[in-house]
Design a protein around this ligand. Structure first.
Ligand SMILES: Cc1ncc(COP(=O)(O)O)c(C=O)c1O
Length: 394
């Protein structure tokens, strides 16, 4: 039987990691995988997480099963972190999932159950996993314009124009903040315009929030999410704690639905529990417990926010210095977009050949679409990148 399986294409990002590992050049630079790195190129455990792990080890008395949708305290603290006071208890349903990817997957399955003919609209480009999961689940999707490759900025007019082809009941997949891979984001005015359009055209937002706190701050990054949660009849939101708590391998994510009324909310809650049961039964508990301990303890919470802010400001600093360096190298301001982008990534708008040239000539690794991980740079390596960008003709 197994011989009938077909070789699957490797995940491009994981494949790149392997190629990087095998490269023996001492000056190689990895700007591929989306993991935060400090000045020394390490991804250390956040202090508050370490402390929470100690508390958990001391206090935990059982490893018995929790609820199918996870621990209620985790749901409460995450609801508060993401939505603040923008949603009513009567309309929100929640399920803890294995990572943000698990939340996206469950969201797609929920949409398929509720409305198999609805199309899901994704930004062009988007996080490649959105597309591969949609294809795997056989869910119809279309792309909306998002990014202007010439200016490397958001093409908001193009986005709104292409959304005119949607039909009532279609789902619009949005990145809550820190768009992956482009780094280009909607400003508050654009969120307002989009919200009106979604409501007027009976479209359902599905928001992927994987980088809250990595852009302009925890509340600032939730502006669009909270606006849609307040104004739209229905919202689906998939969030990840991987990046902002630095607990990538603990697989900690959460899925929310906001329904029109309490009756529908109850059905939605039961569906979330059902989907968890079918796919993996209980979600992994450890990461959720750490997040709960941190967010419920004032001291740990402020220590976490401090460290998160340091990471955020470090990325902004790198963006500023890289743009400055490129101003000098290119004698132009055509790379200033790097300073206005937010989050861990920026898309450079380079060709595949230029990206390969970077790898071969300069030992600089980035994703084929020219996405760079800004957090993979430091004061020394950003000059190397700036020179290489000009050298390969970007
Ligand atoms: C846009 C986006 N969504 C979701 C995720 C999921 O993250 P995880 O499954 O690691 O929590 C990621 C991670 O790279 C992402 O970039």
């Amino acid at each position: 039987m197994l011989e009938q399986l077909q070789q699957q294409p490797p995940d491009k990002i994981l494949d790149l990691m392997q190629t990087f590992k095998e490269d023996t050049r001492a000056n190689k630079l990895d700007l591929g995988i989306g993991v935060y790195k400090n000045e020394n190129g390490q991804t250390p455990i956040i202090n508050a997480v370490k402390k929470a792990e100690k508390i958990l080890w001391e206090q935990e008395t059982t490893k018995s099963y929790t609820k199918l949708t996870g621990d209620s305290d985790f749901q409460t603290v995450m609801k508060e972190l993401i939505f603040s006071d923008c949603v009513s208890e009567d309309t929100i349903s929640t399920a803890h999932t294995p990572g943000g990817t698990g939340a996206i997957r469950q969201a797609f399955e929920l949409i398929r159950l509720a409305s198999p003919n609805s199309k899901i609209w994704i930004s062009n480009p988007t996080w490649p996993n959105h597309i591969s999961i949609l294809k795997f689940l056989n869910i119809p999707y279309s792309e909306y314009i998002y990014f202007d490759k010439k200016t490397c900025e958001l093409n908001f007019d193009g986005m709104m124009e292409s959304l005119k082809d949607t039909k009532p009941g279609d789902i619009i997949l949005l990145h809550g903040c820190c768009h992956n891979p482009t780094g280009a984001n909607l400003n508050n005015e654009q969120w307002k315009e989009l919200q009106k359009f979604l409501c007027n055209n009976q479209l359902v937002p599905l928001i992927d929030l994987a980088y809250q706190g990595f852009g302009d701050g925890l509340d600032e990054d939730a502006y669009g999410v909270r606006l849609l949660a307040k104004k739209c009849k229905e919202v689906i939101l998939a969030a990840s704690c991987s990046k902002n708590f630095g607990i990538y391998r603990e697989r900690t994510g959460i899925l929310f639905t906001i329904s029109e009324n309490e009756k529908i909310k109850n059905i939605s809650s039961s569906t979330l529990a059902f989907l968890n049961r079918q796919n993996f039964s209980f979600p992994p508990d450890h990461g959720g417990k750490l997040v709960t301990l941190i967010l419920k303890n004032e001291e740990l919470k402020s220590s976490w926010i401090k460290e998160l802010n340091e990471m955020r400001l470090n990325m902004l600093d790198i963006r500023k210095s890289l743009a400055e360096e490129l101003r000098k190298e290119s004698r132009s301001n055509r790379f200033d977009f790097l300073e206005t982008h937010r989050g861990m990534f920026s898309l450079l708008g380079a060709t595949k050949d230029q990206v390969l040239n970077m790898r071969e000539k300069h030992a600089i690794y980035m994703i084929e679409d020219s996405r760079v991980n800004i957090a993979g740079l430091n004061k020394k390596t950003l000059s190397k990148l700036a020179r290489a960008i000009i050298d390969v003709g970007i």
